[in-house]
Each structure stands twice: as C-alpha cells, then as structure tokens.
Design a protein around this ligand. Sequence first.
Ligand SMILES: [Zn+2]
Length: 427
Amino acid sequence: MQNLFRYCSICCLLLSHLVGGTSAAGPDERKPYFPPQKVSVLPILHVPKGLPAPDPALARMIYRHVQWSQRRYQELLGTTFKIAVPATKMYRGRYTLAEYRAFDNKVGPHIHAQHLHHLNVTRFNCPYVLFTVLYNPENGFPSGRGGSVNGGFNTGGGTVLMSSHDFTERPNAQSTIQHELGHAFGLPHVDAYGYPLKGDSPSIMTYNPKHHTNRFRPSSQPGILIAEDIRGLALNDRVFPDLDFDPEKHIPQGYEISPTIKSNSAGSYLGVPDYKLKSRPMPGKRRGRIFRMQCVCESPPVPAPQSASTDASCGFQMPSMASPALTLKFPFPVELSSMRIYSGHSGAYHPVTSASVMVPGDGGNYRELGSSDFQSLDGQVMFDTTESRSWRLALTPGKSRKVVLRGIRFYSGDIDIFRPAICLVKP
Ligand SMILES: [Zn+2]
C-alpha cells in the first residue's frame, strides 16, 4: 500500500526534470498553455480507492508490454517513442471501482483529469501520453481507448485507458496497446480514409483480429502502419522528432494514398478548459462561411483539385467583402506577439493583401496592435506582446474581393500556441 503513495513525490521530481528541464524560456516564463517541447509515454497503474494493492507483477507486465510496443514502432518506422520513466507508476485513485463504473463512458475524463492535476500539468502543456491501466480484478471495464489530449497531431500529450483485465485475462493486450497508442499520437481509424474498419486492412488502426497477439507472442500476421498512418505520425514532432514522411519510401508501388489527412478530435477533461478557439465573422458579415479552424493547409503552386492542400474546408471562405474580419476568442486570456496568416486557394485565388490585428480597447472599440502588407499569399503580423482573450483580425482582399484563409497560427515569441490539429505548413 505504501508504494501507491510514492507516485506523487516521484512524479514531482520527475516533472522538475522533464518539464522544467525542457523549457527554452525558463520555467517561470512558460505559460500553462504553452505546448510541451517533447511528449513521452508515461505508464500508470491506476488503483481505485478501497481496493488492495495489485501484485507488483502486474505493473511489470504493463511496462514490458509498453516496451514491446516501443520496439514494434521502431521496426515499423525506423524511430520510436520515448518512455518517460523506468517502471510503471502506481496511482491511488480518488474513486472506488463502483464509482468509476457509474461514470460509464466518462470514466476516461475522470481518471485523466486526476493525473493532470497530480502531475501539476495542464492539458496544454502535458508532456506525456498518459498510458493508464485501471486496476479492475473483476471484469473488462473499461474497454480500451486512446486519443490525443488536444486533438490532431503535435498539439500536446495523449491518453490511453485500458483495464488490467486486458492484461491478465485476455491474450491480445499488445495488439490493443499498439492501436490505442496510435490514437494517442493522433491517428484515426482507417475508416476515416474509406478502408473497412473490421475488414482485412493491414493497418494497426483497424479491428482486424488477424493482428491479435497472444500474451507475449506476436501474431503470425501482425498489423503494420500503412502510408496514411506514417504520414500522420510524421506530423507529430513532439513524439517522433526524427520521422519524416517520404512518399517514395513509405507509399508502396501502385498504392493510392488518400489525398486528405485525417485525425482525431480533442478530449474533454473534468474541470479543465477545452482546447477550443471560437471564431466567427464580424457581426453583420454573415456571408462569410467558417469551416474548421484547426487546420493549416499548404498552398500548391498550381491548382490541384484532388490535393488535400487545396481543401478550403480547413479554413475560412469569406466571399465578396470589402474588408472581411474575424473575431477570435480563446478559452482564457493568452499572450501573443504575432499571427501568421495563410491565404489563397489553389496557390492563386482570393489572397489576403494586408492584415491588421486588434484587441478590445476602451468604450467597446477595438485597438489596433499591428498591421502588415503581404508580399505573398501568406503573411505575418507582429506586434508588442499583448494579453487578451478576444482578438480581431481584419483582412484586405485582392481584386476578387473575396478571401480564402488556409489557416492561422498564433505565436507567443517563437512558441506557437493553440496549434492546429493538422498543420501542413512549416513556420
Ligand atoms: Zn480505436
């Protein structure tokens, strides 16, 4: 029992090393909404209140499985994720097993919120995939699940939740771990790309029973990472800094890779603000259509309708306005010093020619912080470091009097905050 309570002090030490140690600006200057520089996998055995401590062999088995997954990703990618600690951390939960059951599908938000709190990190700066096994000596609750904390790729940490039953009573824990870690790194199921989820896909991001491992024995037909999976993981520099997607190497001959990149959405955690930036056209300018905010697309030099990079649905399309404007609202005040604006469709149409950034001032008016004339489709507005929850972006269209935005990025110094779920543009 004593061991269970060591978790907090050990992790506080660990954090001073892993979080504070990786800070470029120094721990005091980093805001709680700055993203982590690196993300590693933290194995946790979560023991519900009132249950006796599990056999230490369980914690060792969990760790051995995470190490096997780490080796499997190495085989498939030529690089792999890091494990944060040398042994599974034990954590005594706030609730009984019966209470966790009553949370039903919300059990993950309840459990992961406890870990964020105890690790003294936020959903924004959490440098871990919280790989959590709920100790449940009775049955298979909860079913395995995983996701990226803030949705998409490279936006921060991740979560996995499995039951100890998956390890002790079922043979295929390992194939499940490989799959759930894929979700934690940002990957969706393959049906997002139109491949059957329960069919014969070779991807680990399916429910293909042929991939099932048997205890510590691999499947005779193990799951792999298909080209779409590798392309997604390569966007996650915080987990896989050495992985680059190389079409020649990663797309098999004759294989038609899906042109669009898909990912998963952000999780919700109890008592924790959402990773959500609200945006809307200025009042009275309702003709502007707003699509997904959390994406920044590339702009190809020539129109290519089949290409993901021409997908205007990742940004804003605001037709026929002399001076389109957006209001942007963060879940709390954020400190910014520049915005990068990516405009134009198909590399040619509907550019922004100049942009101005404003914040609310006295008497309900907006105060301009800075403006910039764009030399190309993309531009940057820099201004004195300012903290505000609400922001306004005024855009000047070109001859077409219409603007298409492929995305916006927000910087506090050189740190991009509220990074988009899918970002195909280098800074
Ligand atoms: Zn899944």
